[in-house]
Design a protein around this ligand. Structure first.
Ligand code: ARG
Ligand code: ZN
Length: 881
């Protein structure tokens, strides 16, 4: 492991390289513990660069075997090599020369899963962000684009499949035991997009014909025996390829497109040119082993990586500060794809929930950073919800401001101008400015200022003048390194609803810019006045969640109830209902802390029942409305002095009140929604399952016993229903015989499949209450568990720390101490994973004082440990900072 170097990287220090590497030829002689890499690089000195400028290449834990220039070995005085740097001073006079570097690496010992490593015997690579330098010395930065030719030599038996980027060129025999394959990628690319896979794998294949008639061979490689579980991913890939042509006019550009699923992977997946490497979690699915949300996740990630071919690969990032240029944009594209494949409104609500759950806490906590950060110590710690999810929201706002046609025109211009280049956020914004003839400099603050803006809103109806005024005040709190903030351009989609539930179209609006159904807020304080309003309207603001802001509006409760019933925008309906429920839940928390029982009014209980019973609504939407804000949602809205036990008590009380009040109709609906016919993962079927499984939870609470959930568990023919039943058994009736029986049945059935067993680990880790800690400790000794495997670690440790508020935040601080020790263990092998898991403590300051002090002490233990990785040191210091 590399320990911290203390180096800080700054955007303003960006400088192009003195040398370029237009061509890269790599020969891999693959052996599990001793792989030899011969890199032959065509190096080009940039015009104007003096010959005295050394060539300095990045490395990381490399062993240099030999070095030559233009075929002649380099003398010892001509260079300086350490495991993480190669500086060559003895350079030829000509501006173009060939550098040959031979390095030796050990894929088996590579447990940080960066560079070339082995996963279940399969050689694979992960080079983003800085993994390529663990393979050979290179200008390992995204603005150095090179054309790659790759030759792989390996054992025929261990690695019958040999893959790299681009198109296949040649394969052949090397005697009885070994063979080779050559790949060539004609598209210049940065090193982070390099990939190699070699191993014994099963596969499925298919093809796609692009709109200009190019036939592309598609293949997905998986562990032998799991081929059938890749069919859904293949279907999603073909739909993605078609969609990118239809929605963005983007066509695929190689003869083949390969996907490989591996079981040890730090992130979701990686968009390497023509050879995407995936966490198997985002490839493998069938009714028996995957839930509806697994299917949706696969569809989204397959699309995301495919869409990167244009937004990321053909146009890449100039430097890592521009990460959101490819990630935010590509998330936006995969969101749009899923919205088109499924229900747009339901998809949007799910996005808003994810953003609020993961990005909002980042923005209000110690790890807050702008969508485009200006500095970092460890780039791997910036693959965040802010860069990805908020980055996507910013692109979405550009479309809202420009409208769909000009947005598309801007995207086309961006592709036209920057294809084949490494671009910046400025380039991206400029394309929209030029396409639309607009000036977006204030809007660009969304990339620069961290934090979630808050809008305070008040309303005034003047019956005599028939005017309706909305007054806005925007504010943005200080975040690390940014004390003073400027007002932003916030596009607010809105509607005015009359007493009869119909939309009111105002005669005119003045005081602020209003285009169509969008109010453009630009100043700290602004008021818009609508005229020709015959009756006092109910305003629906931030429809579609048109901007990533919080809204503090003084709308009366009756208006919120009205919106929850009548807003023509489903997102607006859901937002109004959520606001009502959250208010009720927070009031309940306060009563519980004061030693009293929560008060639950009949109106809100009735409202939930009404929406759930409304057959004109999409079941998936009703399921979203029936699912109360989670414990961490409630905590986030409260903001400070959180007592997770009181939060849980308040939430459980509301669940119970709703369950008891509607037990009869809920039971009838539960029966009516039963699955008929064969399982299909389509959105409509998934929506019915979601509603039915949410009802199962309520009914089990109302009935006070596990029989219904146990019956569903044993009768299920699909994982969605089975996992939901297991969840109710373990979370509501943990420790009961029924829960134990279901857990044993699950283990007996899926014990041979670690990926499926992750659900079993998470289910137990998230059982509310203090007892979960002992369960987690026991499960760490389970034969299928290993801290080295990121999916296992996330399923058990990650789920416990992020999705078990009462268990993780035990009042005695024991869980924090256990967590600290575990993070330090993981950090020795896989710093990236350790750092990511550690962010679970980022909101420690919002806890009540006793827990807060325990959390601080646990963080201090990490901060004071010796030999921390750069990754963990960076997170722990900023978290405490
Ligand atoms: N570019 C990948 C994706 O979003 C993520 C890779 C992140 N890798 C890392 N080591 N941080 O699709
Ligand atoms: Zn991505």
């Amino acid at each position: 492991m590399r320990t911290d170097t203390g180096q800080l990287f700054r955007l303003e220090d960006y400088r192009p390289t003195d040398y370029l590497i237009p061509e890269t030829e790599l020969v891999f002689d693959l052996h599990p513990e001793r792989t030899i890499v011969r890199a032959t690089l065509v190096v080009q000195r940039r015009e104007g660069v003096d010959i005295s400028q050394p060539l300095i290449l990045d490395g990381d834990e490399l062993k240099l075997v030999s070095l030559s220039i233009n075929g002649a070995p380099l003398g010892e005085n001509g260079y300086q090599a350490t495991p993480d740097r190669l500086e060559i001073t003895d350079l030829p006079e000509e501006n173009r020369f060939t550098l040959e570097i031979v390095t030796e690496i050990n894929p088996t010992a590579n447990r940080q899963l960066m560079g070339l490593y082995r996963s279940s015997g399969v050689y694979c690579t992960q080079c983003e962000a800085e993994g390529f330098r663990r393979i050979t010395y290179f200008l390992d930065r995204p603005d150095v684009l090179s054309v790659y030719t790759v030759r792989i030599e390996a054992s025929k038996q261990q690695a019958p499949v040999l893959l790299s980027n681009g198109n296949p060129v040649e394969t052949g025999d090397l005697g009885p035991d070994r063979h080779f394959a050559v790949w060539h990628d004609p598209h210049p690319k940065p090193s982070y997009l390099f990939a190699l896979v070699a191993g014994s794998l099963g596969s499925i294949s298919d093809s796609f014909t692009t709109r200009s008639g190019r036939k592309v061979d598609l293949a997905i490689y998986v562990e032998h025996g799991k081929e059938a579980r890749a069919l859904y991913a293949m279907d999603a890939l073909k739909r993605s390829m078609k969609w990118d042509e239809d929605a963005f006019g983007r066509e695929y550009d190689l003869d083949v497109f390969n996907i490989v699923a591996v079981s040890d992977f730090n992130m979701g997946a990686m968009e390497n040119k023509g050879l995407n490497v995936f966490n198997d979690k985002y490839v493998l699915a069938d009714a028996e082993t995957a839930t509806d949300s697994d299917y949706a996740g696969i569809e989204a990630v397959i699309a995301h990586e495919y869409f990167h071919n244009w937004t990321g690969n053909r146009i890449t990032c100039r430097d890592w500060f521009q990460l959101c240029l490819k990630e935010g944009l590509t998330v936006f594209r995969d969101h749009e794809f899923s919205a088109d494949q499924r229900s747009r409104a339901v998809k949007r609500i799910a996005e808003v929930k994810t953003l609020k759950a993961h990005q909002f806490p980042e923005d209000t906590g110690p790890l807050a950073h702008p969508v485009r950060p200006r500095q970092y110590r460890e780039i791997n710690n910036f693959y965040t919800a802010t860069v990805y999810e908020k980055g996507s929201e910013v692109v979405r706002m550009i479309r809202t401001i420009l409208g769909p046609e000009l947005f598309r025109k801007g995207m086309d211009l961006y592709f036209e101008r920057h294809d084949g280049e490494a671009a910046t956020i400025e380039d991206f914004i400029k394309a929209f400015e030029d396409a639309a003839g607009l000036e977006l400099s204030q809007f660009a603050l969304w990339y620069e200022q961290a934090g979630t803006p808050n809008l305070s809103v008040s309303f005034d109806y003047d019956a005599a003048e028939k005017t309706f005024a909305i007054e806005f005040e925007q504010s943005l709190k200080a975040t690390p390194g940014q004390n003073r903030k400027k007002p932003m351009h916030v596009p607010i989609e809105f509607g005015l609803i009359g007493p009869d539930g119909r939309e009111i179209v105002p005669v005119s609006a003045d005081g602020m810019e209003v285009t169509g159904n969008v109010i453009h807020l630009r100043q700290r304080n602004e008021t818009v006045r609508f005229t020709g309003i015959e009756e006092r309207p109910v305003p629906s603001l931030l429809r579609g969640f048109s901007a990533p802001v919080t809204l503090a509006s003084e709308l009366p409760r009756e208006d919120l109830i009205f919106l929850a019933r009548h807003d023509g925008d489903p997102v607006g309906r859901w937002q109004a209902l959520t606001k009502l429920l959250t208010g009720k839940l927070i009031a309940g928390v306060k009563r519980v802390r004061g030693g009293k029982a929560p008060l639950i009014g009949v109106d809100i209980v009735g409202l939930v029942g009404e929406i759930v019973a409304d057959e004109t609504l999409d079941p998936a939407f009703r399921a979203l409305c029936l699912t109360l804000p989670g414990e961490s949602d409630i905590a986030r809205e409260m903001g400070s002095n959180i007592d997770p036990d009181a939060v849980l008590a308040s939430r459980d009380a509301l669940v119970k009140a709703i369950a008891v009040a509607h037990a009869k109709p809920f039971a009838m609906l539960y029966d009516a929604l039963v699955n008929r016919g064969v399982f299909s993962p389509d959105a409509a079927s998934a929506g019915r399952r979601a509603l039915r499984n949410s009802l199962l939870d309520y009914l089990s609470v109302a009935e006070g016993n596990p029989s219904r959930a146990a019956a569903q568990y044993h009768a299920s023919d699909n994982m969605t229903d089975r996992a939901a039943a297991l969840g109710v058994l373990v979370h509501r009736f943990g420790g009961s015989e029924s829960a134990a029986a279901a857990l044993a049945a699950f283990e007996a059935r899926f014990g041979g499949d670690p990926l499926v067993m992750d659900k079993w680990f998470s289910g137990q880790a998230t059982r509310p209450g203090a007892a979960a800690l002992d369960t987690v400790k026991d499960l760490m000794r389970h034969k299928l568990f290993s801290l080295d495997n990121p999916n296992r670690a996330r399923a058990l440790i990650g789920a416990f720390a992020t999705a078990n508020q009462t268990g993780f935040n035990r009042a005695d601080g024991e869980a924090y101490r256990f967590f600290t020790e575990t993070i330090l263990k993981i950090d020795r092998e896989n710093p990236q994973l350790a750092a990511r898991l550690l962010t679970a403590l980022r909101s420690w300051r919002s806890l009540e004082p006793v827990r807060r002090e325990h959390a601080r002490a646990a963080l201090a233990l990490i901060a004071n440990a010796d030999k921390l990785s750069t990754d963990v040191k960076d997170i722990v210091e900023r978290t405490l900072g």
